[in-house]
Design a binder for this molecule. Structure first.
Ligand code: SF4
Length: 384
């Protein structure tokens, strides 16, 4: 059977980290996500999309009374949006209810890191923040691209934080971002210096500085500071309620007559108690909650290796016929189960194309990758 199904609408968008990465891993996934704009309906509330995104959002609120108030409102708004969706759809599979639980748990972890960062990792006074969560879109070209008849193409990225070391003897600009992990940070750091994200952020930082020159003189983009946040394996639970200690005399057993102290819990679990319990958990396990690693850039921003990666992604983003015959599946299957979750498009990949229109209709919504919303559905924002 010929592979020819094409949706009514297909897209072509500036390359982002997620689209470049997906193009390298699985062309078919890239097609569904970035050329057809398919997003699973279960991800229809963007803030519930990923743990990394929730933590990024929570950390973006300043630790001030105003920031605390805005964060409380944001949390209430997000929960209300999910509850509204449950009321509207009936949530037959319980996936949205799961998302609320996931959101509550992740919010508690994020709030713990927010408090810890403010308390122990406040940036030194000589570090000046130039921008946070800054969307940067930029074009570039090279002799190699021109020789391949691609005069110019567009990339887009979001700089989590750009900081300037203002000390006169070390004046330099650093990209700063964090990753959450449950594993040894070594696994997060391995290969990070040559990753797509590290390189793309460098190009975005240089583009940002070109469009917003520093008022007191230029500074080079020197490197990347990666904060690795080690996730605790404990979640907000009944153990985080307030308690009072009462003495109780044992009435039976070998210790009969002995008086022991007993905790009587009451009320709802409290974030402050969870934060204290996490501090104990880190101590007991001898883990650092946050570790910062500076990675100095070596060589130019754009070498032949990265250029060929960008060119490949650009080519697939612009193939005129975005049909499955032109976008092979990942035959190694290594991307079909990724970070412990089955690919969002597995149902399509493993069924006959004749069934695609109805599958798409029931399971996916279409989000134009050119809109700001599309970024909210990226699943690779955070290295797990
Ligand atoms: S299921 Fe596997 S082959 Fe199919 S789109 Fe996903 S990653 Fe690609």
């Amino acid at each position: 059977m010929a592979y020819t199904h094409t949706p009514e609408k297909t897209f072509s968008a500036p390359l982002r980290q997620s689209s470049i990465s997906e193009c390298l891993r699985c062309k078919r996934c890239f097609m569904f996500r970035h050329r057809w704009g398919l997003v699973p309906k279960s991800m229809s509330v963007p803030t519930a999309a990923t743990r990394g995104r929730i933590i990024h959002a929570v950390l973006s609120f300043p630790v001030t009374p105003e920031g605390d108030k805005a964060l409380t409102d944001w949390k209430a708004g997000t929960t209300a949006a999910l509850e509204k969706l449950i009321a509207e759809t009936g949530d037959p599979l319980g996936t949205l209810a799961d998302q609320i639980a996931h959101f509550e748990n992740t919010f508690a972890v994020a709030a713990m890191f927010r408090s810890l960062m403010a308390e122990k990792f406040a940036p030194p006074s000589y570090m000046q923040t130039l921008c946070t969560e800054e969307p940067v879109s930029f074009t570039f070209t090279s002799p190699e691209l021109q020789a391949a008849n691609v005069p110019v193409f567009t990339l887009s990225s979001r700089l989590d934080r750009l900081v300037l070391d203002t000390r006169p003897d070390s004046r330099s600009v650093w990209v700063r971002d964090f990753k959450t992990t449950e594993r040894d940070p070594v696994q997060t750091l391995t290969g990070y210096a040559y990753s797509i994200q590290c390189r793309l952020y460098r190009m975005a930082a240089e583009a940002y500085l070109a469009s917003c020159p520093l008022p007191d003189g230029a500074a080079d983009v020197t490197g990347f500071i990666l904060d690795v946040l080690r996730l605790p394996s404990i979640t907000l639970s009944a153990a985080d309620r307030d308690f009072k200690v009462v003495n109780k005399t044992l009435k039976s057993g070998p210790r009969k007559g002995e008086t022991v102290a007993e905790k009587i819990y009451y009320g709802e679990p409290k974030l402050a108690n969870y934060i204290n319990r996490c501090a104990e958990w880190y101590d007991n396990n001898q883990y650092d909650a946050i570790q910062s690693y500076p990675i100095r850039y070596i060589g130019g921003a754009l070498d032949k290796e990265f250029l060929s990666v960008l060119y490949t992604a650009h080519r697939y983003m612009n193939i005129e016929e975005p049909i499955s015959a032109n976008f092979p599946r990942d035959l190694t299957r290594s991307y079909c189960v990724n970070y412990g979750r089955v690919c969002d498009y597995y149902g399509l990949c493993s069924s006959d194309e004749a069934a695609w229109p109805s599958l798409i209709e029931t399971r996916y919504t279409v989000v134009d990758p050119n809109t700001a919303d599309a970024e909210l559905y990226d699943v690779h924002h955070s290295i797990q």
